[in-house]
Design a protein around this ligand. Structure first.
Ligand code: NAD
Ligand code: MG
Length: 328
């Protein structure tokens, strides 16, 4: 493993150079503000009718329409939702200067060839391992969120140096920047969110809730047990791995974990994980998601609606309303 830290960064390649940030959502806002606070020349590129325009101006940033923001920029960071980046790339391409660098925070469009950048451009990735809110907050507190760095095309001979300087500008180099490839970042990111972080966790929570409720237990008690308390466990894992969790839970909980956990996540579940990974690797998932977007996200919206109408959501909203320390 190759990990870069602040000592490995030479920020001089970004001095007096412009960085265009396209998109002002979770990552876009955090990157733009951190880079600006690092003393770099940042322009945010947004649609004039979009809701982010006013917010970026209120945050004290220079804002232009995408093509104008891109003109004269050395780095163009694509921080809109992944599935609109290909069209955005096409629309700003004529304004991208010779030998500039296009930068991504997730490898999807390069890895699955939705964007095939012009032959003179550097193609780089800086992917923070955390949501934008955290990237901003950690930076303001003098820390940083670790990042992955990858270079897909190094036309200038300077691509890695540029990517590391950008990572330094958003605070990532303070925590360490691990070298990867677009393929590894894309495939592990998609697999992680499908099997473990989002898909796996939410299904586990809901299945546990349903098991208790259908056995006659009160939904409120099932909610606290299966969803609310998950945070306590995740915090322990996040701070100190399995060891810290075992130190803080009871021996009874630990014994139940050691003997029952492997019966829940058994060979069957591991085989499904391999299936899901194979669909990420062979592009099946990407093709399906691109097609879903082309046809107007009908299935996406239907499935989301069903999830949000589940009983656990009604019970949860009611109970969270009584815990005012959870708000904000
Ligand atoms: P987001 O959905 O929070 O932000 C989207 C922003 O893009 C909007 O606020 C708007 O300003 C702009 N936008 C939306 N539609 C547009 C369009 N049609 N044309 C132009 N601009 C448009 O996005 P995000 O979650 O910050 O993701 C940005 C990139 O960062 C993606 O590549 C994503 O995979 C990656 N990423 C996200 C996270 C995360 O935690 N959210 C973490 C790591 C990497
Ligand atoms: Mg789910």
């Amino acid at each position: 493993m190759r990990m870069y830290s602040e000592a490995d960064v030479d920020s001089s390649c970004l001095q007096a150079k412009r960085i265009a940030i396209l998109g002002y959502g979770s990552q876009g806002r955090a990157h733009a503000l951190n880079l600006k606070d690092s003393g770099l020349d940042v322009v945010v590129g947004l649609r004039k009718d979009g809701s982010s325009w006013k917010r970026a101006i209120a945050d004290g940033l220079r804002v232009e329409e995408p093509a104008a923001a891109v003109r004269g920029a050395l780095i163009i960071a694509f921080l809109t939702p992944d599935l609109v980046q290909a069209e955005l790339y096409k629309s700003v391409l004529p304004a991208i200067g010779d030998g500039a660098a296009v930068l991504f925070a997730h490898g999807f469009n390069i890895h699955y060839r939705q964007i095939e950048p012009r032959a003179d451009l550097d193609v780089i990735l800086i992917a923070p391992k955390g949501p934008g809110g955290l990237v901003r907050r950690q930076f303001e507190e003098g820390h940083g969120v670790p990042c992955l760095v990858a270079v897909d095309k190094d036309r200038s001979g300077n691509a890695l140096r540029l990517a590391l300087a950008y990572a330094q500008g958003i605070g990532g180099a303070r925590a360490g920047v691990i070298e990867t490839t677009f393929a590894e970042e894309t495939e592990t990111d998609l697999f992680g969110e499908q099997a473990v972080l989002c898909g796996g966790t939410t299904e586990l929570v809901v299945a546990g809730f349903e098991t208790l409720v259908s056995a006659g237990y009160q939904p409120e008690v099932a909610y606290y047990e299966c969803m609310h308390e998950l945070k306590l466990i995740v915090d322990l894992l996040h701070e100190g791995g399995l060891k810290k969790m075992y130190q803080f839970i009871s021996q009874t909980a630990a014994y139940g974990d050691l003997t029952r956990g492997p019966r829940i996540v058994d060979e069957h579940v591991r085989a499904r994980m391999k299936d899901v990974l194979a669909e990420v690797q062979d592009g099946t998932f990407a093709r399906e998601w691109i097609e879903e977007n082309r046809s107007g996200q009908k299935n996406y919206r239907r499935m989301m609606k069903a999830d949000l109408e589940h009983e656990i959501e009604k019970v949860g909203a009611e109970l969270r309303g009584r815990m005012d320390w959870l708000q904000g």
